[in-house]
Design a protein around this ligand. Structure first.
Ligand code: AMP
Length: 468
C-alpha cells in the first residue's frame, strides 16, 4: 500500500516523501480515503499510530480546493485536550501542508491572547485549539465559525476526562450544522458514545488496534518496593542501568516536584512537567529532554498526554495511575512505531488493587522483580486474571508465612538476578501461585534470566513475551 494509492494530491505526497514515510500506517490506510470522500469518521486510535497524519493529510487536501477564508474566519478546527498536543498537531499541519498555500495557526491558554487574535484577523484555514482558549477568543469576537467546514476532536476521551465536556458542547453549538466531523479517541466509554451519538452523522468507524495493543508490544515489569523507598530505588535503577530519556509518571504535581528535586540531589538531571508549570517551562523541559540535556522527565498523566517523543526507551510508573486505562496511555510512550521500549512500575503494597485492575485490563500478568537492597516488607501478590478459569487450577501449596529471614535470604542471594531466573529465592515462590499468569510468568522469568546474562550497562532485549 502506498500513499499515492490513497488518493492524496501531489503537494501532500511530496511533503510525505520529505518526512521519509515509506508507507501509510493502518489507520492512515483506513481514515484517509474516508475523510477525502467527506464522511464523518470515528476512529479508535492511540498516539503513536500515525493518527495525526490520518486526519491532517485529507483535511488539507479537502481545504485546498475550497473557497478563500475570510478575515476572522476558520475553515477547519482541530480541538485537542492539551497545549502540548495542540502544538504538535499544529506542527504536523505546517509540515504536511508546506507545499500548499493554506494558512494555519494554533491557540491555547497559558500564553498571551493578543498575538493569537492578530493571527486570526487575516483568517485561518486550519486552526488547532484547546477548548478554553477558543471560547475566550470567541467571546472577544476574534473568531467566527460560519465558514467552518471540518471539525476534528483529537483525543476526545482525554478531553472528557479533563472536564472539557461543557466547553465542547458550547463550541458545538456555535458551529454550522453542515460540516464534516472527525473524532479520534483511544477509548470509547459511555460518555464518548453519548457525545458521538449527537455529533457524528453516519460515521465510518475505524479501529486499528485494540486498546491494549501498546501494552502488548512493550516489555513490562513490576518492581516490588516499599512506598518510602521508591525515590531511592528509582535513582538506583537509573544510575545503575545508565538509562537516558526516562519518562517517569507521578500521580500529583507536588509528587512530580518532590521527585525531581530528589533525583537532582542524587545527581540525576531531571525536570518536572505538569499543569502548574508555565508554558515556557514545559516547552523548555520537553526540548531539554528530547535533546538529552536532562535524563529524566517527571510528568503527571495530563501533562504527558500528547507528548510525542519517538523511540522513548524507558517509561517508569513511580506510582500506578488510579485509572487502569491510563497505564496503557502511559506505556504507549515507549516502544512506539515499532521501536523497543521498557515500562517499569514501582509498586508498593498499597497499590495491589490498582495493579490487579491494570493486569485485568491488559489481560497479562506482569513479571515481578525485587532489587537487591530494596526488598519490600510486604509482597505484591500475583493477580488472578478475571475470566481466566477455563484451565483446571493446580492445587495450591500451603503458603509459608514470610519472615524477616525470608527477606534477608532474598536480599542476600543477590535478589536482582536470581529473582528473575528459575532459581528463585524463597520469597518469590509466592509469585507462582497466580492462576492465569502462571506459565507465562515462568517463561517471562526465563527470558529475563537470559537477558540478565547478556546484559551490560544497556541490556539487549528479547522480544516481549505475551502471557495471552
Ligand atoms: P501520531 O500517532 O500522530 O502521534 O504519530 C506518531 C509518530 O509517527 C509521529 O512522529 C509521526 O511523524 C510518525 N508517523 C506518522 N505516520 C507515519 C508513517 N506512515 N510512517 C512512519 N512514521 C509515521
Amino acid at each position: 500500500m502506498s500513499f499515492s494509492s490513497l488518493g492524496l494530491s501531489e503537494p501532500l505526497l511530496r511533503a510525505i516523501e520529505e518526512k521519509g514515510y515509506a508507507e501509510p500506517s493502518p489507520i492512515q490506510v483506513e481514515a484517509i480515503p474516508a475523510v477525502l470522500t467527506g464522511h464523518d469518521v470515528m476512529a479508535a486510535a492511540q498516539t503513536g499510530t500515525g493518527k495525526t497524519a490520518s486526519f491532517t493529510l485529507p483535511l488539507l487536501q479537502r481545504l485546498s480546493s475550497g473557497s478563500k477564508v475570510k478575515s476572522n474566519h476558520i475553515r477547519a478546527l482541530v480541538l485537542t485536550p492539551t497545549r502540548e498536543l495542540a502544538a504538535q498537531v499544529a506542527d504536523s499541519v505546517t509540515g504536511y501542508g508546506k507545499h500548499l498555500s493554506l494558512k494555519s495557526s494554533v491557540v491555547f491558554g497559558g500564553v498571551k491572547i493578543n498575538p493569537q487574535m492578530m493571527k486570526l484577523r487575516g483568517g485561518v484555514d486550519v486552526l488547532v485549539a484547546t477548548p478554553g482558549r477558543l471560547l475566550d477568543l470567541y467571546s472577544q469576537n476574534a473568531i467566527k465559525f460560519s465558514q467552518l467546514e471540518i471539525l476534528v476532536l483529537d483525543e476526545a476521551d482525554r478531553m472528557l476526562d479533563m472536564g472539557f465536556i461543557r466547553d465542547i458542547r458550547k463550541i458545538l453549538a456555535l458551529l454550522p450544522e453542515k460540516r464534516q466531523n472527525l473524532l479520534f479517541s483511544a477509548t470509547f466509554s459511555g460518555d464518548i458514545r453519548k457525545l458521538t451519538d449527537n455529533l457524528l452523522n453516519d460515521p465510518v468507524q475505524i479501529e486499528v488496534s485494540p486498546r491494549n495493543a501498546a501494552a502488548q508490544s512493550v516489555q513490562q515489569s513490576v518492581y516490588e518496593v516499599d512506598k518510602g523507598k521508591k525515590p531511592a530505588l528509582l535513582s538506583h535503577l537509573i544510575r545503575n542501568n545508565n538509562w537516558d530519556q526516562v519518562l517517569v509518571f507521578t500521580r500529583t504535581k507536588h509528587g512530580a516536584n518532590r521527585l525531581t528535586k530528589k533525583l537532582e540531589g542524587d545527581g540525576v538531571t531531571a525536570a518536572a512537567i505538569h499543569g502548574n508549570k508555565s508554558q515556557g517551562a514545559r516547552t523548555r523541559a520537553l526540548a531539554d529532554f528530547k535533546s538529552n540535556k536532562i535524563r529524566v522527565l517527571v510528568a503527571t498523566d495530563i501533562a504527558a498526554r500528547g507528548i510525542d517523543i519517538s523511540e522513548l526507551p524507558h517509561v517508569i510508573n513511580f506510582e500506578l495511575p488510579n485509572v487502569a486505562e491510563d497505564y496503557v496511555h502511559r506505556i504507549g510512550r515507549t516502544g512506539r512505531a515499532g521501536s523497543e521500549g521498557e515500562a517499569i512500575s514501582l509498586v508498593s503494597a498499597d497499590e495491589v488493587k490498582l495493579l490487579s485492575d491494570i493486569e485485568n485490563l491488559i489481560r497479562q500478568t506482569l513479571v515481578r522483580e525485587v532489587e537487591t537492597g530494596f526488598v519490600p516488607s510486604h509482597a505484591v501478590p500475583i493477580t488472578r486474571l478475571r475470566d481466566q478459569s477455563t484451565k483446571p487450577k493446580k492445587p495450591k501449596k500451603p503458603k509459608k508465612p514470610r519472615t524477616n529471614n525470608d527477606s534477608k535470604q532474598r536480599e542476600g542471594n543477590g535478589a536482582k538476578g536470581q529473582s528473575r531466573s528459575g532459581a528463585k529465592p524463597q520469597g518469590s515462590s509466592r509469585n507462582s501461585s497466580g492462576a492465569g499468569g502462571r506459565s507465562a510468568q515462568g517463561d517471562r522469568q526465563k527470558n529475563r534470566a537470559t537477558k540478565k546474562k547478556r546484559s551490560g550497562s544497556k541490556p539487549k532485549r528479547n522480544p516481549p513475551s505475551r502471557s495471552n
